[in-house]
Design a protein around this ligand. Structure first.
Ligand SMILES: Nc1nc2c(ncn2[C@@H]2O[C@H](COP(=O)(O)OP(=O)(O)OP(=O)(O)O)[C@@H](O)[C@H]2O)c(=O)[nH]1
Ligand SMILES: [Mg+2]
Length: 201
């Protein structure tokens, strides 16, 4: 697939339960991160579309597992964000259940991308999400987004904050990204495509 000429990128399903997950066996790349961190913007930047995945200034927009078929080669799975204060306990429980079901048993999952905000220390919930991925032995890539908001001279300091706060394992990488400037896009695509090639599904 030519990442600069993506012809086909469409939503396949907004899934609420496993029986709705696609059954065509394509590898899946999941996007997790707190509400408003930029998961939907990440997907749009990766496929060069402005409005494939809905983005918003208002957090908590995505409430389902949104499957985007990319060139019939892989799915991006936009996962509902966490950490939005106005979500009820019942909804939080539903979210946790959905996370457990999906991440503990989805054989098609080839890479879990944890999006964090390069500007800030990862939150307690970011750390929990990372630990959750490690608990299930899932391949993880940490993408530190909104890099356009951080001067080049401050980058290393912020990257180190991410590494230290998450207590990033030596086998995991953190990559700097911006959906605004597309910085890091090619590097992240390389990781994604490498993960799907390593798949034994
Ligand atoms: N400057 C800058 N803004 C960004 C970047 N990525 C996302 N944003 C902005 O951050 C806000 C939230 O982006 P979304 O992509 O909707 O975030 P999300 O993680 O999908 O949010 P939920 O679906 O609510 O979980 C929007 O206003 C985006 O324009 C980036 O790389 N740089
Ligand atoms: Mg979103």
């Amino acid at each position: 697939m030519d990442i600069n000429k993506i012809h086909y990128a469409e939503i396949t399903i907004s899934a609420v339960s496993p029986k709705q997950y696609p059954d065509d066996g394509l590898p899946e790349v999941a996007l997790a991160g707190r509400s408003n961190v930029g998961k939907s913007s990440f997907i749009n930047a990766m496929v060069n579309r402005k409005k494939l995945a809905r983005t918003s200034g208002k957090p908590g927009k995505t409430r389902t597992l949104n499957y985007f078929n990319i060139e019939n080669e892989l799915f991006f799975v936009d996962v509902p964000g966490y950490g939005y204060a106005k979500v009820s306990n019942a909804e939080q429980e539903k979210w946790g259940e959905m996370m457990n079901v999906y991440f503990s048993s989805r054989d098609e999952l080839s890479l879990s991308i944890l999006l964090v905000d390069l500007r800030h220390h990862p939150t307690e919930l970011d750390v929990q999400m990372y630990d959750f991925f490690k608990y299930y032995n899932l391949p993880v890539l940490v993408v530190a987004t909104k890099a356009d908001k951080i001067k080049k001279s401050k980058r290393n300091k912020h990257i180190n904050q991410v590494i230290q706060t998450l207590e990033l394992a030596t086998e995991d990488k953190v990559m700097v990204f911006s959906a605004e400037t597309r910085e890091g896009r090619d590097e992240v695509w390389n990781e994604i495509l490498a993960s799907t090639r390593n798949d034994s599904i």
